[in-house]
Write a protein that binds this ligand. Structure first.
Ligand SMILES: O=P(O)(O)OC[C@H]1O[C@H](OP(=O)(O)OP(=O)(O)O)[C@H](O)[C@@H]1O
Ligand SMILES: O=c1[nH]c(=O)c2nc[nH]c2[nH]1
Ligand SMILES: [Mg+2]
Length: 161
């Protein structure tokens, strides 16, 4: 059960996704991006813009049925022919985070030589990622800006988490 909160603003996410793009630019050699939807769509757009990549596909994977409840990993939308006919080492897979690694494992199995990049990583999933920017502890829940809004926060003295 996650007991630490790691809220991420749009600014912070953009900065971190750009930092990821800088690292990936140093790796080089990518001709296409696969965004792991839905969470990978936002960082994939930022990375694609920074690296000048216009061939972008999605793989639709769901690993959690609702918020913090874990469900089965299911492929809801497969890779397109455009990606499958490329040498897989030219493919960059982008997701927002790796947590248990269950999603990454399924996607990696489809493109074994592709480069897997995430903005955030938790220790359990970290070995499955080639490049990431920030590691948070396993008991941390990352709150992304597209899932959150501005709300009142209780003062620490009154039991804020
Ligand atoms: O390493 P894991 O334990 O598999 O968790 C990481 C995955 O979980 C989240 O996606 P989710 O399945 O919740 O769907 P979403 O991207 O549509 O929000 C996140 O975007 C990653 O893809
Ligand atoms: O918004 C999210 N934050 C997380 O920490 C997480 N882990 C798996 N899936 C997640 N989704
Ligand atoms: Mg996801």
């Amino acid at each position: 059960m996650e007991d630490k909160a790691f809220p991420v603003s749009w600014d912070a996410f953009h900065r971190d996704a750009r930092a990821l793009a800088w690292r990936l630019a140093a790796v080089g050699g990518f001709s296409a991006i696969v965004a792991v939807t839905r969470g990978g769509l936002v960082p994939a757009g930022i990375v694609a813009r920074e690296l000048g990549i216009r061939v972008i596909d999605t793989i639709g994977v769901a690993s959690y049925e609702e918020e913090t409840r874990r469900g089965d990993v299911r492929v809801l939308k497969p890779l397109s022919e455009t990606i499958l006919t490329l040498p897989s080492e030219e493919v960059l897979i982008v997701d927002d985070l790796v947590d248990t690694g269950a999603t990454a494992k399924v996607v990696r199995a489809l493109l074994p030589k592709a480069h897997f990049a995430t903005v955030y990583a938790k220790p359990q999933g970290r070995p499955l990622v080639d490049t990431f920017i920030t590691e948070v502890s396993q008991d941390t829940w990352i709150y992304f800006p597209w899932d959150t809004g501005l709300t009142f926060q209780a003062p620490i003295a009154k039991g804020a988490p």
